[in-house]
Design a protein around this ligand. Structure first.
Ligand code: 5GP
Length: 182
């Protein structure tokens, strides 16, 4: 059976960069692509970062029972489809979800290995979110509020990794995958 690695972490912790590097580094590990109703950002690719869909299409997928889990995050809907969980074929899968998604996946797939990526300090999130200039001031504030609420949930994950340096974090995740594979 392919293994499922579920990764969460607050907005601004550097998850996307870390996970992209991890998938490139570890053979037999694929990224499960979620669906979302949030607008596509510059540089994102439909079908590889997310499946970007309309509210109507997302609702249709819910009604069809296409999702293993879905949640509202920062006013947009995000979901893991059953299809996405088959995408790895024989290989293992990596999926990025928020804390609600991780709760649901833990229930559905108890063997899933869960990892929470922590910032070295809360101030780092603030600096990163403000520094990347992608979100407006109020949006940065909202993401920081969500992060404050999410951080205490780190204790319900199997593993916690502090992202001091991206390369080290990728290395530690790769070592974890290796250890789980046995
Ligand atoms: P972003 O819009 O910055 O890419 O992601 C916002 C949040 O949505 C992140 O916390 C990310 O982990 C979460 N997310 C992404 N895909 C899914 C999903 O399929 N399900 C759930 N529950 N959360 C997701």
């Amino acid at each position: 059976m392919p293994r499922l690695f579920v990764v969460s972490g607050p907005s601004g912790v550097g998850k996307s960069t870390i996970l992209r590097k991890l998938v490139a580094r570890v053979p037999g590990l694929a990224f499960a692509v979620s669906h979302t109703t949030r607008p596509q950002r510059a540089g994102e690719r439909n079908g590889s970062d997310y499946h970007f869909v309309s509210e109507d299409r997302f609702q249709e997928l819910i009604d069809e029972g296409a999702f293993v889990e879905w949640a509202v995050v920062h006013n947009h809907r995000y979901g893991t489809s059953r299809e996405a969980l088959r995408a790895g074929g024989e290989g293992d899968l990596l999926i990025e979800v928020d804390v609600q998604g991780a709760d649901a996946l833990r229930r559905e797939i108890p063997e899933a290995v869960t990892v929470f990526i922590m910032p070295p300090a809360f101030a780092d999130l603030e600096a990163r979110l403000a520094g990347r200039g992608r979100e407006s001031g109020p949006e940065v504030e909202r993401r920081l509020r969500t992060a404050r609420a999410e951080m205490p949930r780190a204790t319900s994950y199997d593993h916690r990794i502090t992202n001091d340096r991206v390369e080290d974090t990728v290395e530690r995740l790769a070592a974890l995958v290796k250890q789980v594979r046995g």
